[in-house]
Design a protein around this ligand. Structure first.
Ligand code: ATP
Length: 328
């Protein structure tokens, strides 16, 4: 057991639904264990400036259902410098903070690890990003909510697509990975799904769209991950290519964008956030540090941060196989 009397919690990097539920869980677990809890505003920016606020069980009333983060988030250039991290360490010292929980992505964890190596402040990371690309957990906070937002939007696009016999390219988030595209495409019954991990090929795309038309389909949806570059083409160039080579189609593009990051978290994300928050605080009390909470086979796990920041989760090949069968 470590002698932890005061724990700080911050959200850092891009926001994602479920961050508030995780803050709530950390604060309430601290209250339960009679540990003083402090919220740090605006990520590492607020840590450097000492923008702290004491939090108790009541400070987190009515936030489990809210998107975004009540603590705000930021990307801090200064924390990337030794001087910035020295200032952050001083501020934690002034406020007698023994350890912290950082809710964010792999960049936030890299910063925390560096900070720990320099100043030995214990921390635990909770993975929160809609992209679901962090190694060491099957699901990150916000992914499930983003999927629900994406399929709701795609369902609506399909209504208009089928009324006008149109083909829609729907771009979803995922700069380096296709998790959102693959899951939402499968869930919304897309005709094709284009992800950065698989080179689909333009010929195959045309063939598939022709086949779809020949089978009498009145509309088609192709879900494209933001980071997909089928033969080097972005979603607008894909539209032009298809219009040129398959003039039978009236093609439109819809980029879902930042709406996927907002909204009330799904039940899955709220439960996951609650479980991860408890694990993070309990782990610090047990003397653990430099770990990330995760969920694997429905068990809450700990993965060394050094491993979590090195890898990316791989796309589920079985889902690709299922998707191929669904689109025949
Ligand atoms: P997202 O998944 O949304 O990108 P993230 O946590 O990966 O979330 P980043 O912007 O990469 O977001 O990192 C958040 C913050 O963590 C940075 O603004 C910076 O303050 C800190 N950070 C990231 N990388 C480092 C690093 N190598 N050294 C020190 N601090 C870092």
């Amino acid at each position: 057991m470590a002698n932890i009397k005061k724990i700080a919690v911050l959200t850092s990097g891009g926001d994602s639904p479920g961050m508030n539920a995780a803050i709530r869980s950390v604060v309430r677990t601290c209250a339960y264990l009679r540990i003083v809890c402090v919220g740090i505003y605006r990520g590492y920016e607020g840590m450097i400036e000492g923008d702290f606020e004491p939090m108790n069980a009541r400070s987190v009333n009515n936030i489990i259902n809210k998107g975004g983060t009540i603590l705000k988030s930021a990307r801090s250039k200064e924390f990337r410098t030794k001087k910035g991290r020295e200032k952050a360490f001083e501020q934690l010292g002034f406020s007698l903070i023994d350890a912290f929980v950082v809710i964010g992505g792999d960049g936030s964890f890299t910063g925390a690890l560096k900070f720990n190596k320099e100043f030995d402040v214990p921390f635990i990371g909770i993975p929160a990003t809609i992209d679901n690309d962090i190694y060491g957990t099957r699901y990150t906070l916000g992914f499930d909510t983003a999927l629900n937002t994406a399929i709701e939007a795609i369902d609506k696009i399909r209504d208009t697509a089928s009324s006008h016999r149109r083909l829609f390219f729907v771009e979803v988030m995922g700069r380096d990975v296709g998790h959102i595209a693959l899951h939402s495409g499968l869930g919304a019954g897309a005709e094709e799904i284009l992800i950065p991990e698989e080179e689909f090929g333009l010929e195959r795309l045309l063939k598939s769209l022709k086949r779809s038309k020949a089978r009498g389909k009145t509309s088609s949806i192709v879900v494209v991950a933001e980071g997909d570059k089928t033969k080097g083409k972005n979603v607008y160039e894909l539209k032009e290519y298809v219009e040129k080579n398959l003039p039978i189609y009236d093609v439109r593009v819809c980029v879902l964008g930042h709406m996927q990051r907002g909204g009330a978290p799904s039940c899955f994300d709220r439960v996951l956030a609650s479980r991860m928050g408890v694990k993070a605080v309990e782990s610090l009390v047990e003397g653990k540090t430099n770990f990330m909470t995760g969920i694997i086979d429905n068990q809450i796990t700990l993965t060394p941060i050094s491993e979590a920041i090195k890898g990316k989760t791989k796309i589920d090949k079985e889902l690709i196989r299922v998707s191929d069968i669904m689109t025949t």
